[in-house]
Design a protein around this ligand. Structure first.
Ligand code: DGJ
Length: 746
């Protein structure tokens, strides 16, 4: 049994501790929402998802659980896991919403599940975990469906485990994590999601899902799961919601491989949400007795607009999904834009001196430190796969660099790209079979003309990479941080490890193999912080973030672009995980120059860091930066752990504003960014603050201030009621003027 299977079995066995049977209608409760389940014979339906309801009989009485549509063209409400084929009373209709579609061992293509048992099981404190054990009425084919409510954050996680004991393997044409048909909820729906690609992640798009339409988002990159579409959405139920008003369902799929999410507004106004690991490139072959666990989908509901959806997901992420969501993240300097491949030990120690002077806490060496001889990594054409120090560049080794960091009281981190290799590497020379390739086609090679993706389905490859990582980590005493990068898609989607009949399994098994590798490293090195990076924001997904503490938001480090990118990312991902670095000007991606203050003000709304050589900073810039870092460290508990309120959108205004408020509403930080402002008389309206306590009085102070102030009430103490009801008067002058205000309750 491989490790993945042991993990799966452990999940299956441990899930049942403290099981309590559920025999009738059941309300799965969070603090503010209810998902209601109705029992109908031996099947169960989800009959309400929304505002909190305390009475199960009320939910059953009001529920839409039967025939919908009034005539022959209506349909029955499918069960909690909607599968191709079943109809819960067999009255001549087929379920058209199936998120599971199976070709059974004998060739039959429909599935018809009944509930064998339903129970709640013990879980972490603050979680209510409901389990449906389902079985096909004819075949030894089983689905265990989980709904796990994170009470405090109003999030319900859902996923399934699929297993069978049929006479031969079955084909899973679809294997969604969630396949829920919602009761008739509204006559219109509007879908918000993030699109984008390299250097333009997090672009907000929103459009109606018209009657009869199915809108799908998908990633078939195999690796860069969050390019094209991010695996997340917000759906307005009824009129298009605003930040503060309207019914909204939010979702985020925790998967770093190929995925799909579809929203169907069906012809009788019902709503179907399907999401899971994508099988669009071929059915998954599942052998008897081998369970497959689908990725977790986080669902959340708000009756008060989109802002609350973000806050729910952020809280859930910090409490339950990020590896360590409550740790305060250090201020670090990453070497990439300051040195690229061109460094030696003294370049790096100079950078350490610089970041130390600025008040930073960690130094990270990016790409270029590894591989030897003819494969030494001096550019992106060679060396990936050989995780030994480049002794030409760093003759004293990594341990010595870590020692240099320690001397300066800095933590030390390193960049790796373990899923990839160059064909110009010792690794590929000795194991060409570990490269993903299609045996009859020429090998496509990516970055540098030589980059390929390694076959994470192969346990031997995983062992090799694990051992290389392990040796590297142990050679660096006190290593505190790993930036895990991945800069390619499946260019050659074929595996020499999987049999000819299993090639489509690559799309799921690659990611499962990657998680197996990450989990092993995490067990051995639980305290190392990890950043998920994939050509920038390609791993802005909650699957990777189970193992990582933060993500690289984008290679686009232009602060003006970052206002938009971070605005989008913040819809689903919390500030503590959003790496935001101050870089040099002109910006390396856009060639735009913005003031240092603007770059700081933007980066300080996430996890602040640097991506430059500090020696390029002028003395007065160093003075400003030192004070800003000092203030950030003081304010980071509010920024990294607080609730986000989006006040003014950059997508609709020539300026933008957002704020964070801590849990007991005693502290807040407000950010204001001027963008390209065509007319000087375009004064910002007063900032209508949110999330404060109406009964508290707050002292407002502008920080990161240069000569000019931006608010005439800076230094005054004002009530939460007035700050939210009348707004804070602010002014901006010219492009890229910006301000940061601190509020402290007195
Ligand atoms: C892509 C990442 O997004 C960058 O930050 C940098 O680490 C490069 N890869 C290094 O090759």
């Amino acid at each position: 049994m491989n490790r993945m299977m042991i993990y799966v079995m452990a999940v299956l066995l441990t899930s049942w501790a403290g099981a309590k049977p559920v025999t009738g209608d059941f309300l799965l409760q969070t603090k503010q929402s209810t998902m209601a389940f109705h029992k109908s014979g031996d099947s169960w339906q989800m009959v309400h998802y929304g505002t909190k309801i305390e009475s199960a009989p009320d939910a059953a009485a009001l529920a839409w659980s039967g025939w919908v549509g009034g005539n022959f063209f209506g349909h029955r409400k499918p069960d909690t896991y909607s599968v191709y084929g079943s109809d819960n009373d067999r009255r001549g209709t087929m379920n058209k919403f199936g998120g599971l579609a199976v070709i059974h061992a004998d060739g039959v293509t429909s599935t018809d599940l009944k509930a064998v048992s339903v129970k709640t099981v013990d879980d972490k404190p603050g979680m209510t975990h409901l389990v449906f054990e389902l079985k096909d009425r004819v075949y030894p084919f089983f689905v265990i469906q989980h709904f796990r409510a994170a009470v405090a954050s109003d999030v319900i996680e859902t996923w399934v485990e699929i297993r069978h004991d049929e006479s031969a393997s079955v084909k899973l044409i679809r294997m969604d994590s969630v396949a829920l048909v919602f009761p008739l909820m509204a006559k219109e729906y509007h879908l918000l999601s993030l699109t984008g690609q390299w250097s333009s992640e997090g672009q907000l798009v929103e459009a109606p899902v018209a009657l009869g339409q199915t809108v799908s988002m998908t990633s078939r990159s195999g690796v860069r799961s969050a390019f094209g579409n991010n695996p997340s959405f917000m759906l307005s139920v009824g009129e298009r919601a605003t930040e503060t008003a309207g019914r909204v369902i939010g979702g985020a799929l925790a998967w770093s491989g190929a995925w799909s999410i579809s929203i169907q507004h069906d012809y009788v106004n019902a709503l179907a949400i399907n999401a899971g690991s994508d099988t669009g490139n071929g059915a998954y072959t599942l052998d008897a007795g081998k369970p497959l666990v689908t990725p977790k989908m986080a669902l959340t509901y708000s009756a008060s607009g989109k802002g609350q959806i973000s806050r729910n997901l952020h809280r859930w992420a910090r409490d339950h999904q990020l590896r360590d969501g409550h740790m305060l993240r250090p201020v670090l300097l990453n070497s990439w834009e300051g040195a690229y491949f061109d460094f030696d030990e003294s370049t790096l120690t100079d950078m350490m001196d610089g970041v130390k002077e600025l008040g930073g806490e960690m130094f990270v060496v990016d790409d270029g430190w590894f591989a030897r001889g003819k494969y030494a990594r001096d550019d992106d054409k060679r060396g990936l796969g050989d995780w030994v120090v480049n002794d030409k560049k760093l003759p004293k080794g990594l341990g010595s660099l870590a020692e240099e960091a320690k001397k300066r009281d800095l933590k030390f981190g390193i960049w790796v790209e373990p899923e990839m290799a160059n064909t110009t590497s010792e690794l590929v020379d000795s194991h060409p079979e570990w490269v993903l390739r299609e045996k009859t086609r020429p090998l496509r090679q990516g970055r540098g003309g030589t980059q390929v993706v390694l076959d994470m389905t192969n346990p031997a490859l995983r062992d090799n990479i694990y051992n290389q990582m392990d040796a590297m980590i142990t050679s660096i005493p006190g290593l505190a941080y790993i930036k895990w990068d991945a800069n390619a898609d499946f260019m050659n989607p074929g595996s020499t490890y999987l049999g000819a009949d299993r090639q489509p399994n690559l799309w799921y098994d690659y990611t499962a193999g990657l998680y197996d590798l990450l989990a092993r490293l995490r067990v051995k090195y639980p305290d190392i912080l990890m950043k998920a990076c994939s050509s920038g924001g390609g791993h802005m997904d909650y699957g990777f973030l189970r193992y990582a503490d933060e993500f690289w938001t984008s290679d686009d480090t232009d602060a003006r672009q970052r206002v938009f990118i971070q605005w989008g990312a913040g819809h689903f991902y919390p500030a503590c995980a959003m790496a935001a670095h101050v870089t040099g000007v002109p910006n390396h991606q856009t060639h735009r120059s913005t003031p240092l203050k603007f770059r700081f003000d933007v980066a300080m709304s996430g996890r602040l860091g640097f991506e430059l050589h500090p020696k390029t900073m002028a003395p007065e810039e160093v003075v400003f930066a030192k004070q800003a870092v000092k203030d950030y460290k003081r304010l980071r508990p509010v920024i990294q752990q607080g609730d986000l309120y989006r006040l003014v959108s950059p997508w609709t205004h020539t300026y933008a504003s957002l704020m964070y408020v801590n849990d007991d509403k005693s502290q807040a930080v407000v950010f204001l960014y001027g963008l390209n402002r065509p007319v000087m008389s375009d004064y910002p309206a007063p900032l209508m603050l949110q999330g404060l306590d109406i009964n508290k009085r707050y002292r407002l102070t502008e920080i990161n201030k240069e000569k000019r102030g931006h608010c005439r009430v800076s230094g005054k103490t004002l009530s939460g009621a007035a700050l939210m009801g009348m707004g804070v008067p602010v002014k901006l002058s010219g492009d890229y003027d910006s301000a940061v205000f601190e509020l402290v309750a007195e």
